[in-house]
Design a protein around this ligand. Structure first.
Ligand code: COA
Length: 706
């Protein structure tokens, strides 16, 4: 046993029960030390004449978060998880797992190879491998169907979402939900087994009650169609669960083959990339490591769509929030919207009425700005206008103690300029929430030139409190996301329409590529006028012309504001959401193209996708060159969590690596020679292509340097 595994897993005899305790902070991921340590603890229990049962417990808040993802695909060493599980299952004495917090992935698989499972009431049990593009590969596809039936097992593996201890007990995954302290209850459970002479109960000896039928599989795949779109792993899961009806060892061989295959899939590399990218994004060099005071209260200024959504996000996270608006009518409207959002959640069964009431009760409306002065953090979300925001910020700056965070929710304005309107620019940052703010996961935190490390630390703390995925951007035109959208993706989509593609052709091509929604449908949903206004603000900041969004701006001018007005890039049957093609829009686009001397042609789907995606990659490289984003992985996080870029492709820059930067650079040159200006090659891409490198490697080498 290595020194590390000795300290990672300890063995003690407590009465007649051998106790193996795993301690591998922060989440007890199962790595070599855990596997070796547990294997040694099992050997000791088996050879210990005093041990009549073995109890496996773990330290910390999470029982086990799964196999150590950083070991995937490499030479891990020590016993494999499958070997360890086989040894636990074959043990001559009963083996019991005591689960607190979460048993996920390999953690649940290991627990299922134990003979009995006891869990605390708040425990969650799940196989989230699908979210990493993988299938459970340590017996999960064989043991779970034996314990809870093939249908339930498939549902859990396709959703990736955990079930509660109570559900686990109901379905036969958990033997007992502990009433009081888990450790004590587990010891009582073990002693009872010993007293009653209950021996080992290997899961492998059970049979699957009903083999997985094609009909049940098809139904489950359809149920999860939205979240598994574009993934290969779901069909591998189905094959593996079908194999659970074979003799156990045969089924395990099928699982091993399918799991190995899933590890090789590009999509699983992409999803693992995003798993770590999302966690890394919240750790930014230059943030202060000083102990931060807890955030208990927030004030949100402005009760419009964004302000109301932000207030709701805080209330959902359990914080008290003061929602301030100088206009009583606006405040009432804001509160009404929040109330109806909660009512809709209750109706859909997402939360119950008491929870909704409790959350709404956390929001205190006020028309008095001075009430914001007591809050731990203050977020200004008034109308997106430089002068109005500056006015409000100056007042807030005088009211709020200077060590507290004041943030502006803005998607277009210079954070540095807003900050400098106050006397304390160092405590100021931008927070770009995405609409609806209580639902969207992404939060772009904008560091102005004066933002202090401590301030950034608090802003990141806000994102953690709200359970959002935070990315830090430096202050520049459109920050990361909107810059890439406006100078890249959406701009190119407009060009394609002027050159001959219909809105429907552009949208369908990009939706088939994997975007949740094509750009024109997005514009119609958000309101073409909203886009027009935002661009006007942004281009004012840069003092440069915007000759690109001629179609969208013309639609705004004509009052075709999207879904809300019944027509935009598409038309909508009254009250409907189906985007229907509109010959008036075709005529308008033809006219705008003719005015610009553009000869229209039919544009193949490949070209639509290539130009839109390459323009995103190019602008992604540009925001890195300009220091707006500090990591390529941050760019990927912004686009996958805020703009609907397909997750299974890992984000625009991970996708660029997949395409190969040599060919990316070459295709950019082709379009540069055809269209000039915006297609100017990025030296970062050229340099990485020349080195035979990629964005992932570029990030890694920069991390090594810091
Ligand atoms: N392997 C390796 N590292 C893991 C891990 C795993 N299975 N699960 C979590 N970690 C790491 C995270 O990368 C993070 O590391 P960092 O602090 O260096 O950034 C740390 O553990 C804490 O995780 P985090 O996600 O930030 O904590 P949380 O409390 O928000 O969430 C979990 C905890 C367990 C819900 C979450 O980490 C999770 O979903 N893990 C993956 C579960 C999974 O997919 N398992 C299947 C693999 S078989």
């Amino acid at each position: 046993m290595s020194v590390q595994s000795e300290s990672t897993v300890t063995y003690t005899l407590q009465g007649s029960v051998g106790v193996a305790e795993i301690s591998n902070p922060p989440v007890n991921a199962i790595n070599r030390a855990v596997r070796s340590g547990l294997s040694a603890a099992l050997d000791r229990a088996v050879s210990d004449p005093g041990a009549k049962a073995l109890l496996i417990v773990s330290a910390g808040r999470v029982f086990m978060a799964g196999a150590d993802i950083t070991e995937f695909g490499g030479a891990a060493g020590g016993p494999t998880l499958q070997e360890l599980e086989a040894a636990l299952e074959a043990a001559p004495l009963p083996v019991v797992a005591a689960i607190q917090g979460m048993a996920l992935g390999g953690g649940l698989e290991l627990a299922m190879s134990c003979h009995y499972r006891i869990a605390s009431p708040d425990a969650k049990l799940g196989l989230p491998e699908i979210t990493l593009g993988l299938i459970p590969g340590a017996g999960g596809t064989q043991r779970l169907p034996r314990l809870i039936g093939a249908g339930h097992a498939l549902d859990m593996m396709l959703s990736g979402a955990p079930i509660s201890a109570a559900q686990g007990a109901e379905r036969g995954l958990i033997d007992e939900v502990a009433a009081g302290d888990l450790r004590e209850a587990a010891m009582v459970f073990c002693r009872r087994l010993v007293m009653e002479g209950q021996g080992p109960r290997p899961t492998r000896d059970l049979t699957v009650r009903e083999a997985l039928s094609d009909a049940v599989a098809a139904e489950a795949l359809a149920k999860h169609a939205r979240t598994i779109k574009g993934l290969t792993a779901p069909s591998l899961v189905v094959d593996a669960i079908k194999a659970a009806s074979l003799p156990f060892d045969q089924g395990m061989r099928v699982e091993a083959k399918l799991a190995d295959h899933s590890l090789e899939l590009r999509e699983s590399h992409a999803l693992r990339h995003l798993f770590f990218a999302e966690r890394l994004a919240g750790k930014t060099p230059g943030t202060s490591g000083d102990a931060l005071a807890p955030i208990r209260t927030a004030a949100v200024i402005g009760a419009g769509t964004m302000g109301g959504g932000i207030a709701q996000a805080f209330a959902d996270a359990g914080l008290s929030v003061i929602l301030v608006d100088s206009e009583d009518a606006a405040l009432k409207r804001g509160i009404e919207t929040i109330r109806s959002n909660y009512a809709a959640s209750v109706k859909r069964g997402r939360i119950d009425q008491p929870t909704a009431d409790q959350r709404l009760g956390r929001i205190t409306p006020s028309t008095n700005l001075a009430d914001a002065g007591t809050a731990d953090v203050v977020i200004e979300a008034v109308f997106e206008d430089m002068d109005i925001k500056k006015r409000v910020l100056r007042v807030l700056d005088a009211l709020v103690p200077p060590e507290r965070l004041i943030a502006s929710n803005t998607s277009t304005l210079s954070v540095t300029e807003l900050a400098r309107a106050t006397a304390h620019p160092r405590r100021f940052a931008g927070l770009h929430f995405f609409s609806p703010a209580h639902i969207m996961k992404l939060l772009e935190i904008v560091r102005g030139e004066d933002t202090a490390p401590q301030t950034l630390g608090v802003a990141l703390q806000v994102s953690r409190v709200l359970k959002k995925i935070a990315v830090v951007a430096n202050d520049g035109f459109g920050f990361i996301g909107n810059r890439m959208m406006l100078d890249g993706y959406f701009r190119e989509a407009e060009q394609l329409m002027l050159e001959g593609a219909s809105p429907g052709e552009v949208d369908s091509a990009l939706e088939r590529f994997g975007f949740a929604m094509g750009p024109q449908r997005v514009s119609d949903l958000g309101g073409t006028d909203v886009g027009t206004k935002a661009r006007a603000q942004l281009y004012k900041r840069e003092n440069r012309p915007d000759p690109y969004f001629v179609i969208a701006d013309e639609l705004t001018r004509l009052g075709r504001l999207g879904q809300k007005s019944g027509s935009g890039f598409y038309r909508y049957a009254s009250g409907g959401r189906d985007a229907l093609p509109d010959s008036d829009v075709s005529a308008l686009i033809e006219q705008l193209a003719a005015q610009r001397g553009i000869v229209r042609r039919s544009i193949p789907e490949d070209e639509i996708v290539e130009r839109c995606v390459l323009s995103l990659i190019l602008m992604g490289a540009r925001v890195l060159e300009e220091g707006i984003a500090s990591r390529a992985s941050d760019v990927d996080v912004v686009w996958t969590s805020g703009y609907g870029f397909p997750r299974h492709l890992g984000g625009p820059l991970f996708h660029a690596d997949t395409l190969g930067l040599g060919s990316v650079a070459q295709r950019i040159r082709v379009y540069h020679s055809r269209y000039g200006h915006y297609w100017r090659p990025a030296s970062l891409i050229d340099q990485l292509a020349a080195e035979g490198s990629g964005f992932v490697q570029w990030d890694q080498s920069r991390r090594r340097e810091t």
